[in-house]
Design a protein around this ligand. Structure first.
Ligand code: ADE
Length: 360
């Protein structure tokens, strides 16, 4: 391949890790609840005391291996750490904060915590709360009725909050900790009741394009760009991440068995499916599918289509998805541009940033 197309992970394996810049003492990390787990790795929430010169505690996400992980999985996580140190900081990527690599404990990669979870689930939760603009939203403000906490309009009923309010009634304590935690963590700012608008959808699309423009400028090929790999943080900021080892590709139906691996077929460019060719241009194809996910409010691409050989050949022959429910003609045209049969004809991320910036 071209000199500048050598995959970053292959270059990074050989790079050093600068402990003086990134090493964080394990004792300063207090591990919390699980945020995700896969066959080999997991991500947990944690409190980090004094990370990045902060005088206080900061909520972070910690990526680590599960028991029984092998040397090759250790190497993969170490390579990921080196990639993150090499890439550098950008608002629209989940940034590295530190790492625990010293002998005598597990390898831990510490990254920014994104409060609102992945974009796919978030958009699904907003299906009853989508408006074209804020004015339309104002006239349709959900009625302010006093309801059970965790069961307000536009909020998914949560089994654990129902259970904890029951135990609250029977325990007789003034304050139930798990219930107040739910409020504190999930809705102290009313974010879950807020409607979303067309502007938000275009803004998420624009931000992901910005993040990808940055990653591609750092010669980083993502290979699994999808709404499940985009996290939502405070102030409507979205960040690109890659769960890699911490995603259970054996249980998640987005990863389809093909030969001896599991692949995110619905997000893959034809040249990746047929010739295992990955490039920034195949990331642009996946970005088009991600746009479809955004403008269908977290829909599953190619609805009703069986993922088999026939799907793959029809894709090669030019089959494409129809416009999703909430897209405009301009947005749908961008998707079609991203799905150009010829990789060279697909837009560059810099062009996508410009187009979406104009729409925004
Ligand atoms: N799940 C996995 N990684 C996460 C992160 N960085 N923030 C929030 N949830 C996550």
């Amino acid at each position: 391949s071209m000199p500048d197309e050598v995959p970053l992970d292959e270059q990074c394996e050989r790079l050093p890790y600068d402990a003086s810049k990134w090493e964080f003492a394990r004792e300063r990390l207090k591990l919390g609840k699980s945020l995700g787990r896969g066959a080999f790795g997991k991500v947990v929430q944690a409190s980090a005391f004094g990370i990045k010169k902060s005088p206080t505690c900061r909520t972070v996400a910690v990526k680590m291996l599960k028991e029984g992980a092998t040397a090759s999985e250790y190497k993969a996580l170490m390579t990921e750490l080196k990639i993150l140190t090499h890439i550098g900081h950008h608002l629209n990527v989940v940034n590295l904060l530190g790492a625990c690599t010293k002998q005598g404990g597990p390898l831990m990669v510490i990254v920014e915590y994104c409060k609102y979870g992945n974009l796919s689930n978030y958009l699904k939760s907003k299906r009853d709360l989508f408006f074209l603009n804020k004015d339309a939203a104002l006239h349709m403000e959900p009625k302010k009725e006093k309801m059970e906490p965790g069961l307000e309009q536009g909020k998914k009923p949560r089994l654990d909050s129902v259970t904890s309010s029951e135990s609250f009634a029977s325990s007789g304590f003034q304050e139930d900790k798990s219930l107040s935690d739910v409020e504190e963590e999930e809705d102290s700012d009313g974010f879950y009741k807020e409607p979303i608008t067309m502007e938000d959808l275009i803004s998420y699309s624009f931000q992901v394009a910005r993040g990808m423009e940055f990653l591609s400028s750092r010669k980083c090929i993502h290979r699994d760009l999808a709404a499940r790999n985009i996290l939502l943080s405070e102030n409507n900021v979205v960040k690109i991440c890659d769960f890699g080892l911490a995603r259970d590709i054996y249980k998640n139906p987005d990863y389809v068995r093909k030969g001896d691996t599991r692949l995110p077929l619905k997000w893959m460019a034809p040249e990746s499916i047929f010739d295992k060719i990955y490039s920034t241009k195949s990331d642009v194809w996946s970005y088009g599918v991600l746009l479809w996910e955004i403008f269908s409010l977290g829909g599953s691409p190619y609805p009703g289509v069986q993922m088999d050989e026939d799907f793959c050949s029809r894709l090669r022959e030019g089959m494409r998805m129809r416009a999703p429910e909430y897209s405009t003609p301009e947005i749908y045209q961008i998707m079609l541009d991203c799905w150009h049969r010829d990789p060279k004809e697909r837009p560059r991320f810099a062009e996508l940033v410009e187009k979406l910036g104009d729409l925004l």
